[in-house]
Design a protein around this ligand. Structure first.
Ligand code: ADP
Ligand code: MG
Length: 276
């Protein structure tokens, strides 16, 4: 862990708590969550379904308000969404009536402070980066899932944010495409960090293989209310493969931590169902 101590903190949560109030009752989604994500770090969060992963990511994005505790980006509390954060959604969330180019251009158009020419050049750069040359004028419905998520990535990166947030972005892809996208995301992350300052990534998944393939550090979240239960360093050099003793050993370690929480979450769901 020593290697992380001297790096600048980018995202810091202290005693973070998030409560959703529904008509009759409250849902405590996140409680007593502490995390310290370093600048330039590729962090991956795994956890059982419903444990508060999306909620935590939405708070970093500024989409959801913090109930209690502290959530700091570069030492400042998160108050609202901003250009320093790019977000990739699981369900792509593309505008069906806009082309690939149009979708990626959207954030720049909303910003409204860049000339048309510069916008076009920027958009083309990111289209090339994510490997969509030739598909500039295609509409989302004509694209495969993997290609849609390339558009999602380009759109999240077009403002050159220093934090990239991804909520199970490859969850709906078939196994083969998912692997390709994991490799592509690693390549893209390395490319964007080589010619600008380092990008900090927070990536959510419930696939342990995906987590170990991508992460500098894997954070395991507990069953709801979610907090960070274990932190596992992955120092395997990139490009990684999905095999090898070290990979398998780390995978087992993460899996052990996760399984306990998945069982707890399953028990909790059973209890909630029988109470209904
Ligand atoms: P995960 O992403 O880990 O699957 P979520 O963060 O989506 O979990 O949800 C955590 C808990 O908070 C769940 O019990 C979910 O039902 C609840 N929750 C999430 N968003 C809302 C909301 N907008 N209103 C009420 N409850 C919510
Ligand atoms: Mg989620």
């Amino acid at each position: 862990m020593a290697k992380y101590d001297d790096r600048k903190t980018k995202i810091q949560a202290t005693k973070l708590r998030k409560v959703f109030k529904e008509r009759q009752h409250e849902v405590v989604a996140v409680e007593d969550l502490h995390i310290d994500i370093k600048e330039g770090e590729f962090s991956v969060i795994v956890g059982p379904s419903g444990c508060g992963k999306s909620t935590f990511l939405y708070m970093i994005a500024g989409f959801e308000k913090v109930t209690e505790g502290e959530l700091l980006l570069d030492g400042e509390p998160v108050l609202k969404p901003g250009r320093n954060r790019g977000f990739v959604f699981q369900e792509f969330a593309l505008y069906p009536w806009k082309t690939v180019k149009g979708n990626i251009r959207m954030p720049l158009e909303i910003g409204g402070d860049i000339s048309e020419e510069k916008m076009d050049a920027k958009v083309q750069d990111y289209i090339n980066l994510v490997g969509l040359e030739g598909f500039e004028n295609a509409y989302p419905h004509t694209l495969s899932g993997g290609m849609k998520q390339r558009v999602g990535l380009a759109r999240a990166l077009v403002y050159d944010p220093d934090i990239l947030l991804l909520d199970e972005p490859f969850g709906s892809l078939d196994a083969q495409t998912r692997k390709i996208m994991q490799q592509e995301l690693t390549r893209i992350w390395q490319e964007v960090t080589s010619h600008s300052e380092k990008k900090t990534v927070v990536f959510i998944t419930h696939s342990v293989i995906e987590a170990v393939y991508l992460a500098d550090r894997v954070f395991v979240m507990s069953a709801r209310p979610g907090h960070i239960k274990a932190v596992i360093d992955v120092t395997i050099p990139r490009p990684r493969s999905y095999t090898g003793d070290e990979f398998i050993q780390i995978r087992l370690e993460v899996l052990n931590h996760l399984e306990e929480e998945v069982l707890k979450a399953a028990e909790m769901n059973k209890g909630e169902l029988s109470a209904k």
